[in-house]
Design a protein around this ligand. Structure first.
Ligand code: SF4
Ligand code: SF4
Length: 110
């Protein structure tokens, strides 16, 4: 039986698609905060100068399970990335609303 999406997974659906510059993984070197359910879904997060899910060829090894922070960067007017393509980034108000809902669902980020 297919499991229902969690409220946090449903928030992901409101984030527009982005396309990163080929070979770029600058975000994946920074520590990413996330909800405990996101950490669990991605199989843990033992950060050591980079995300443990960054593959040897600079790709996200858990793309479908990546947390909201990874999805939002480059996809919002508030979190612009000059190297990322996004046709219709989320506006400021939409981003703030999404983040409020996320913080409410996530509780304390880890
Ligand atoms: S969002 Fe921007 S900085 Fe991050 S990996 Fe993509 S292109 Fe690079
Ligand atoms: S989960 Fe993926 S996109 Fe996010 S930091 Fe790790 S490798 Fe990068």
């Amino acid at each position: 039986m297919k499991q229902d999406k969690t409220p946090i997974q449903r928030l992901y659906e409101r984030i527009p698609k982005t396309r990163c510059k080929a070979g770029c993984f600058r975000c994946c070197i920074n520590y990413v905060q996330m909800a405990s359910e996101e950490k669990e879904r991605m199989g843990g997060y033992d950060w050591q100068e980079r995300c443990p899910h960054l593959t040897a060829d600079g790709k996200c090894g858990v793309y479908d399970a990546r947390p909201l922070t990874c999805r939002l960067y480059g996809a919002s007017e508030l979190l612009c990335c000059p190297d990322c393509e996004c046709k219709e980034p989320l506006g400021e108000d939409e981003t703030k609303k999404l983040l409020c809902e996320y913080f409410k669902e996530a509780g304390k980020l880890i």
